[in-house]
Design a protein around this ligand. Structure first.
Ligand SMILES: NC(=O)c1ccc[n+]([C@@H]2O[C@H](COP(=O)([O-])OP(=O)(O)OC[C@H]3O[C@@H](n4cnc5c(N)ncnc54)[C@H](O)[C@@H]3O)[C@@H](O)[C@H]2O)c1
Length: 327
């Protein structure tokens, strides 16, 4: 495959680029480095530094390369920031994505894989597993900006062939530690506990221990970023072969509470992780676990890293690596 990949200087895009390159595919990354880092761009990838809304540069790129598809990861992802600056999220995640999709199509590239989020489901009541037909009930402008972009593709389904992927909680790092999370303001639990281990953070704040779950803390479905990367490779082939638009959840269908995650990390790292309970955060949901029947039915994908220990361990090893190079 010859892939045009946006956001490849970021966490997930760089892992997908690595998986594609490891399998001998070609990858051309575009990224404006607004939140990403050139250090995460795999050395065998081609790279153009530009905004996804830059029609001229992207048109020229498409004209001079025979890309099979676009994988679109670029965007802003901080939920709390989106509450403060909703317009910033609408402009980058929706408007810029739409400009990018139109630029691609005008130049003959109409196959797209789009990174969406399980946050689109938002508050779901009465369901243990969330399937793709669940009504969307977003709780913040970040999730809304992603749904609007999904809707653009769905409303223009005659013009594009697309796969929308709704990621659950993405965590972990490449086993060879070639990439991982670099965000300094990450709100992700496993990133935060990795920061505690290396001494960048004192403790973990657990938001709410009065949920209706076995230990009172919220439950999520954590997917290893390398399995998510593998999904993209498989979905890319599916889209090229079948030319069929679709939408899939990306998770394992396993739920772990915040305390499960911290206890697992404490088993690995001699109880180094201190935590404090505080109030629930507005908009947080009790339980968000993927129903995975659909992706397993359509895509020839088998999870290879479905192991909370591995997810936590690779994340901490990566954090140690970047901590050592910071100092
Ligand atoms: N990380 C998660 O757990 C998670 C969960 C659900 C969905 N997602 C989605 O996956 C995608 C990737 O997330 P991530 O965690 O890798 O984020 P990230 O911040 O690590 O990477 C995003 C990349 O996009 C680039 N970028 C942003 N706006 C751009 C623009 N206008 N033009 C060019 N480049 C731009 C940034 O510089 C960065 O390198 C996002 O679309 C996000 O919404 C992530």
């Amino acid at each position: 495959m010859n892939v045009l990949l946006t956001g490849g200087a970021g966490y997930i895009g760089s892992h997908v680029a690595l998986s594609l390159l490891d399998l001998g595919h070609n990858v051309h990354i575009i990224d404006n480095l607004s939140t990403g880092s050139e250090k995460l761009i795999p050395k065998n990838a081609k790279f153009t530094k530009c905004n996804i809304n830059n029609k001229n540069i992207i048109s020229d790129l498409i004209k001079s390369n025979e890309f099979d598809l676009l994988m679109h990861f670029a965007g802003f992802i901080q939920v709390e920031e989106s509450v403060k600056y909703p317009q910033k999220y609408y402009e980058n995640n929706t408007e810029n994505s739409v400009i990018l999709f139109k630029t691609c199509r005008e130049n003959g590239l109409n196959k797209i894989i789009f990174s969406s989020t399980a946050a689109a489901y938002g508050l779901v009541s009465g369901k243990k597993f969330v399937d793709e037909s669940t009504n969307l009930n977003p709780q913040n402008p970040y999730a809304e900006s992603k749904i609007k972009t999904e809707n653009f593709l769905i409303e223009n389904r005659d013009d594009y062939k697309f796969i929308i992927l709704r990621y659950f909680n993405v965590a972990g790092a490449d086993k060879k530690l070639r990439s991982g999370q670099i965000s300094k303001q990450s709100t992700h639990l496993i990133k935060k506990l990795s920061e505690v281990i290396v001494g960048k953070r004192d403790h973990i704040e657990i938001y709410g221990n009065d949920y209706n779950t076995p230990d009172g803390t919220a439950i999520r479905d954590y997917i290893h970023v390398s399995d998510l990367a593998d999904i993209h490779v498989k979905v890319g082939k599916y889209l090229i072969d079948k030319l069929e638009s679709n939408l899939f959840n990306c998770g394992y269908g396993n739920g772990f509470s915040v305390l499960d995650v911290i206890n697992t990390a404490n088993k690995l790292y001699q109880n180094k992780i201190k935590f404090k309970f505080s109030k629930r955060r507005a908009g947080d949901v009790e339980n968000l676990i993927a129903e995975t029947t659909k992706i397993l039915k359509y895509i020839n994908w088998k999870p290879r890293h479905n192991d909370l220990y591995e997810i936590i361990d690779t994340s901490i090893k990566w954090e140690k690596k970047i901590n050592a190079s910071d100092t």
